[in-house]
Write a protein that binds this ligand. Structure first.
Ligand code: MG
Length: 202
C-alpha cells in the first residue's frame, strides 16, 4: 500500500507557514514504513529537534482506479479516519530553502500514525469537524469546508499520476495550529466528538 498526502490545503495553515497558495494540490508520498497503527507510540527521532504535529482527515481507497473523473471520485473511497502527518520542520525548512524534495522531513519511519477507519456513510464529508488535543489541550481544530481542494478533486487529481489501489491511504491536509511535540506528550484526535486516535510520544 501507499500513503498519498496533500500539502497546503487549508488557507490559514498556508499563512502560518508563509507558503504560497497553490493552483493545484501539492502532493507527496510516504512509504508503508511510515505507518503507525493501533495507537502505537511515536518514538521521537534523533535526526530532528523540531517534529511538528499536523492532524488530517484520511480517506481509505476502496477500489482500484486511474484517471478518475471527479464526478465518480466518491465511489473510490468508502471509509474515513484521522491521522497525524508528522513533519521534521527543521529538515523540511532546509529542503525548502535549497529547493530539494521533502521526503526525509515527511516520510520517515512512524511519521504517519493513523486511526482505525470507519464507514463514511453518516458523515457530512463537506462539513466535518476534526481536532487534535495534546495533554488534554486543544491544539488544532479544522473543518473540511475550509479545504482549498475537496476530497473528490484530490482523488481525481492524484489518480492522474498514480493508480489508486484498495487499502491506499490519503492524507488530505492540515488546518492551522501546527506546532512541536515533546517526548511524553499524549496526542488525541477526534472526528466530530468521537475519539479516534490516542497515542504517546516516547
Ligand atoms: Mg500535512
Amino acid at each position: 500500500m501507499k500513503i498519498i498526502a496533500i500539502g497546503r490545503n487549508y488557507a490559514e495553515h498556508i499563512k502560518e507557514l508563509q507558503n504560497e497558495r497553490p493552483d493545484e494540490p501539492v502532493v507527496f508520498l510516504k512509504p508503508d514504513t511510515a505507518l503507525l497503527k493501533d495507537n502505537a507510540p511515536f518514538y521521537y527521532p534523533d535526526f530532528s529537534r523540531d517534529i511538528h504535529h499536523e492532524v488530517e482527515i484520511l480517506l481509505r481507497i476502496g477500489k482500484e482506479g486511474k484517471n478518475i473523473d471527479p464526478a465518480f471520485a466518491h465511489k473510490y473511497y468508502d471509509e474515513i479516519g484521522i491521522g497525524i502527518d508528522f513533519t521534521a520542520r527543521d529538515l523540511q525548512q532546509k529542503c525548502k530553502t535549497k529547493g530539494l524534495p521533502w521526503e526525509i522531513a515527511k516520510a520517515f519511519n512512524g511519521s504517519a500514525p493513523v486511526s482505525a477507519f470507519v464507514p463514511k456513510a453518516g458523515y457530512n464529508l463537506a462539513d466535518l469537524n476534526f481536532s487534535l488535543r495534546i495533554n488534554g489541550q486543544i491544539r488544532q481544530q479544522g473543518n473540511t469546508n475550509l479545504m482549498l481542494f475537496n476530497f473528490d478533486t484530490i482523488i481525481a487529481y492524484v489518480s492522474k499520476f498514480f493508480t489508486l489501489k484498495t487499502g491506499d491511504i490519503l492524507f488530505t491536509g492540515t488546518p492551522q495550529g501546527v506546532g512541536p511535540v515533546q517526548v511524553g506528550d499524549r496526542l488525541e484526535a477526534f472526528i466530530e466528538d468521537k475519539p479516534m486516535l490516542n497515542f504517546e510520544v516516547k
